[in-house]
Design a protein around this ligand. Structure first.
Ligand code: UDX
Ligand code: UDX
Length: 435
């Protein structure tokens, strides 16, 4: 079993650390935010990810947290980087935190410590990191790219039962050692490729998934105009094994810490480093930008002027089973509604109470919809599946639901007396009074 150091106690660092500890390794996670480290040391887990708290508790004797560089690197055989790589000003990834860690790695660690990149980085970062390690005299340190493919809400399963584990190593022996760390995970594919290809697998996979979402969102736009149902179209498409069923859910657009920035990063990388215009990715992003505003358009069509209206946003996190608000469509929708003069209320079981400034935060969906002119399902939390009740209908000033995730059954919602509109699904015409 190995001694693993992890830099960054965020979503990726914590899940990676807890899972390696579960596999039997000894893990020390270092973060630079004192409050976060103090909470982790006290047994709290600062993010919501199903099963993570339990897993960290279970592995307490093999996982620890520190602010201190010496603590984290002491006896470490592997130095994992899980620090953020946010979008930079020019659309490229900002690698400031990555370079900070590379610069502070001490000389003289015994054996052959391997620096492992978990953070998503542009192609070429590995080569630059190798050069920097060499320039600092850390020639005995290995370098391996080992991209993460953890989807929030399902991250522990994604680690323990991954479709694949990918490593790209400058020295193949180092790559083999990193793959050995995964002994015990349930997968058929532990693959070792070159560093550049490993770096590109991550960006290309996320860009492909984002492309599928924008594609189905455009199909949804067509469905609305030709009276087809995008959920049925996606079902029929997905049964073709070459297409596959996943990532074909139309909705209010993709968000999160990865897709928006990775699509942008790949587009920018293509332009700057490969002198190539990645045309599809420009369209993917434009479709997503417009898709985040679709619910607002639909509200405008139904309610007319939004000034003085009250709208309840049901679900704020960028997807269910997480408290993560990064690039959440709810923020864009809330901002557009507030700019249009509406009062916005929000409910979410996990997002922080101040997740979106300027909205009224409510403790229950019922409280959020009470007296509202409309409710928008923004995040497909399972709690919302049963929202279309008589109690909710009667509590609303106007029982209008815009279902941004196609979560509800249109027939049942209409039968319960709601005015209802989904994304890319036929909408029963509101009965016109005949005088
Ligand atoms: C990760 C990846 O690392 C990123 O590249 C990937 O594309 C998305 O997922 P994530 O774990 O989601 O990032 O980020 P975050 O939850 O922000 O956690 C990063 C942690 O690193 C934070 O706790 C932050 O305090 C810490 N940090 C930041 C450091 O420890 N050192 C630094 O220099 C900067
Ligand atoms: C993603 C990747 O799936 C993961 O492999 C990578 O390492 C990190 O980025 P994550 O961002 O946590 O994971 O969530 P994901 O489940 O991929 O969803 C991303 C966004 O796409 C969410 O806003 C979600 O609501 C949206 N989405 C997803 C759709 O709109 N339709 C779909 O069919 C699937």
């Amino acid at each position: 079993m190995a001694r693993i150091a992890i830099f960054g106690a965020g979503y990726v660092g914590l899940v990676t650390g807890a899972c390696f500890a579960k596999l039997g390794h000894t893990v020390v996670i270092r973060d630079v935010v004192p409050e976060k480290v103090a909470r982790l040391q006290a047994g709290e887990v600062p993010i919501y990810e199903p099963g993570l708290r339990e897993l960290i508790d279970e592995c307490r004797d093999r996982i620890s947290f520190t602010l201190d560089l010496d603590d984290v690197v002491k006896d470490a055989e592997f130095l994992y980087l899980a620090v953020p790589t946010p979008e930079g000003e020019l659309g490229d990834a900002n690698l400031q935190y990555v370079w900070e860690v590379i610069e502070e790695l001490p000389e003289g660690l015994p054996g052959r410590p391997v620096v492992v990149m978990k953070s998503t980085v542009p192609v070429g970062t590995g080569a630059r990191a190798r050069a920097r390690l060499d320039a600092r005299g850390l020639t005995s340190y290995g370098y391996v790219s080992n991209p993460e493919f953890l989807a929030e809400g399902n991250a522990i399963d994604d680690f323990m039962k991954p479709d694949r584990v990918v490593v790209g190593a400058v020295d193949p022996e180092d790559g083999k050692r990193v793959l050995d760390l995964y002994d015990g995970v349930d997968t058929e594919h532990l693959i070792e490729i070159d560093v550049e290809s490993a770096e590109l697998v991550k960006l290309a996979a996320n860009a492909m998934l984002a492309t599928r979402i924008s594609f189905i969102n455009e199909i949804a736009r067509i469905c609305e105009r030709v009276n087809a149902d995008v959920t049925k179209v996606a079902y029929g498409m997905g049964l073709d094994k070459r297409v596959g069923e996943f990532f074909l859910k139309a909705g209010v657009g993709y968000g999160g810490s990865c897709f928006p920035k990775d699509v942008k990063a790949l587009e920018t990388l293509a332009k700057n480093d490969a002198d190539y215009t990645f045309r599809i990715l420009a369209a993917v992003q434009e479709v997503n930008r417009l898709q985040k505003l679709l619910a607002v358009e639909k509200l405008g069509q139904r309610l007319g002027d939004l000034r003085g209206r009250t709208v309840a946003l049901l679900g704020l996190a960028f997807k269910p089973e997480t408290n993560d608000m990064r690039e959440a469509p709810s923020e864009v929708i809330a901002r557009a509604l507030i700019d249009g003069g509406a009062t916005v209320r929000g409910w979410d079981p996990e997002a922080d109470s101040d997740a979106i400034p300027g909205i009224e935060r409510c403790a229950t969906p019922l409280e959020a919809v009470t007296g509202a002119d409309a409710a928008v399902i923004v995040t497909d939390w399972k709690e919302l599946k049963s929202i279309a009740t008589a109690e909710v209908r009667d509590a609303m000033a106007r029982p209008l639901i815009i279902d941004g995730r196609n979560l509800l059954d249109p027939e049942a919602v209409a039968a319960a007396g709601f005015e209802y509109e989904a994304i890319g699904r036929p909408t029963k015409a509101t009965p016109v009074a005949v005088s």
